[in-house]
Design a protein around this ligand. Structure first.
Ligand code: MF3
Ligand code: CO
Ligand code: CO
Length: 270
């Protein structure tokens, strides 16, 4: 038998990638993040979400990359664009952004077989105080989760850090959608829950690649999916926000693959 370096699978079914695989994830993540940088200037009052999606699709093509979402389970767009009380999986369309609308844009690209998956919040026009706080808390919740990423911690530690932070701000964490393993596939084990108990769940090991993507609501956590079979909304119509990074577990802790190359990653810019 050949003994070339091989990826291993943990007992929880989680793939452990090799040190050289980080470079592939870094490249894919950087492209997805650059596209989120570039689309920011287009998020203005009056723009349609399909115009934003067209821009994203063209940038993916111009980079010689592939959109992971076009054709995924029948989905036809290069992004998900989720406005106000839409929690996730908003479908780009002819609806125009209004003053004060908050928008999550979620992009996943494939570069040389590696997947980069990231999302951020944007605002059209003027941001209210209450909404700004929702966006800041959601952003900080993602980083509370990322802070837990190191070998020996558990996925429950990530979920617990996010949930306890968000609930202390009197906001709620969505339970119906979670982060996921990724790498040379879009969605793989484990389910990365954004709530839970410290010390529970699979133990993090070097070489695990996954997303953390908390959705935070101003009201209750319950969601429902609309008749289009994609758009998830808050049941109580309260505002919802989300940020997503793709990360890898290193010997020291964490590498974020989807950092903004321009350092633009802040919830209230634009
Ligand atoms: N990018 C989303 C995620 O974070 C998945 C979108 S699937 C789609 O996992 F088909 F809706 F685009
Ligand atoms: Co994701
Ligand atoms: Co995503």
């Amino acid at each position: 038998m050949q003994t070339s370096p091989k990826t291993r699978i943990t007992r929880d079914g989680i793939k452990l990638y090799n040190p050289e695989d980080f470079a592939g994830m870094h490249k894919a993540g950087a492209l997805a993040a650059r596209i989120l940088d570039d689309v920011a200037a287009l998020v203005v009052v009056g723009v349609t979400t399909s115009a934003l999606d067209d821009f994203i699709r063209l940038e993916v093509e111009a980079a010689g990359a592939t959109s992971a979402t076009i054709g995924y389970k029948g989905y036809q767009h290069a992004s998900c664009i989720s406005i106000n009380h839409v929690v996730c999986h908003g479908i780009p369309g002819e609806k125009k952004l209004k003053d004060g609308d908050i928008v999550n844009i979620d992009v996943t690209v494939i570069v040389d077989g590696w997947f980069g998956d990231t999302s951020r919040m944007y605002v059209a026009g003027k941001l209210s105080r209450k909404t700004e706080r929702l966006i800041q808390v959601t952003h900080d919740a993602l980083f509370k989760g990322i802070d837990q990423v190191k070998p020996g911690n558990t996925f429950g530690d990530i979920g617990h850090a996010i949930q306890s932070f968000v609930e202390a701000q009197r906001m709620s964490v969505v339970r119906d959608f979670c982060g996921h393993g990724l790498g040379q596939v879009f969605h793989a084990p484990p389910n990365v829950l954004h709530y839970g108990r410290a010390g529970t769940g699979p133990v993090l090991e070097e070489g695990m690649f996954f997303t953390i993507e908390p959705m935070v609501n101003l009201g209750r956590p319950e969601t429902k999916v609309l008749a289009d079979d994609w758009t998830a909304v808050t049941r109580d119509k309260s505002l919802s926000a989300q940020f997503e990074h793709s990360v890898g577990v290193t010997a020291e802790g964490v590498e974020i693959f989807t950092n903004s190359p321009a350092g633009k990653y802040h919830p209230t810019w634009g």
